[in-house]
Design a protein around this ligand. Structure first.
Ligand code: GUN
Length: 293
């Protein structure tokens, strides 16, 4: 069994990007600039956005944080989005989700210029991704593909079983893993809450990706010997052993499953650390006009 170390991989990628930024500046180019819009004071959102701003600093990007109180109107937020769309210094930006109930997330997402949509949430990016055109791919699926690449895991002809069909993880991953190329060319099965015999389907996986948000869902008897297991779960469980009072738990019963696998991602330290790095990768692509020009 080999651990897929997302923390280390993430560090390596950030170092590579920091070097590239230095080169861009040396060549007289503009420093890449990411903006984040944060509404309210949700603890999770606060810490994610802090991590995103810190990552920018680490790689030498400029970053801007735009804050609103929870009572901001939808129109105020939309007009900020339009302003960021037009601002030539901003290469990419995100609006941290979730938003308060009185604001339509979909409307906000669809107002973002797809060329600056480094979250890859705009239907234009999702659609382009689905038909294999250059696009911004959302953070978690891209982070997983990057891990498969960096660990040189063969995907062609393999049976990839994905548990979970969410718009931000399971669904896009199912499309990407079956696409032509590498990582891809896999035979993909998507399981969800209405799948009968889910245990039996999981047992057939060469590559098993768990993304349902149910702690410890994947048990030892659901995993084929030698399988590659990717755990996307990040449920906060109460804990008396940590300063914060909680600890992260994945969708895989790691202690019992790990010995059967050839590769497995731990929680924490697997997929999680790659997500912010994916956003950094996308911001660099936006700055270099790699996707759209
Ligand atoms: N909330 C949880 N994950 C994300 C993400 O990847 N992007 C944004 N904008 N909000 C989130």
């Amino acid at each position: 069994m080999k651990l897929i170390d997302g923390k280390e991989t993430s560090k390596v990628i950030r170092r590579e990007i920091a070097e590239e930024v230095k080169q861009i500046l040396k060549d007289g180019g503009k420093r890449p600039h990411l903006a984040a819009v944060l509404v309210g004071h949700d603890g999770g959102s606060e810490s994610y956005v802090k991590g995103k701003m810190r990552a920018c600093e680490e790689v030498g990007f400029k970053s801007s944080l735009i804050r609103y109180e929870v009572n901001v109107t939808e129109e105020e937020l939309l007009s900020k989005v339009r302003e960021l769309n037009e601002d030539p210094d901003i290469d990419g930006f995100i609006v941290q989700l979730p938003l308060p109930k009185h604001i339509s997330e979909q409307k906000v997402i669809e107002t973002i210029d797809p060329r600056k949509d480094v979250d890859g949430f705009h239907p234009q990016n999702v659609g382009r991704m689905a038909i294999g055109l250059p696009s911004f791919v959302s953070a978690t699926p891209q982070g997983i593909l990057e891990l498969l690449k960096r660990y040189e895991i063969e995907t062609e002809g393999r049976h990839c079983v994905i548990v979970g069909r969410s718009n931000i993880v399971g669904r896009p991953l199912s499309i990407l893993m079956s696409q032509k190329g590498y990582p891809g060319n896999a035979t993909v099965t998507v399981c969800h809450s209405r799948t009968p015999n889910i245990e039996e389907v999981c047992r057939q996986a060469d590559i098993l990706i768990a993304a349902i948000g149910s702690p410890g869902f994947v048990k030892e008897d659901m995993v084929k010997k030698g399988a590659i297991v990717i755990d996307v779960g990040t449920t906060r469980m109460p804990s008396t052993k940590t300063k914060s009072g909680w600890k992260l738990r994945g969708d895989v019963d790691f202690d019992n499953v790990a010995p059967k696998t050839s590769y497995i991602t731990p929680v924490p330290g697997g997929v999680g650390p790659m997500t912010i790095t994916s956003l950094i990768i996308n911001t660099l692509k936006a700055a270099k006009k790699e996707i759209y020009n």
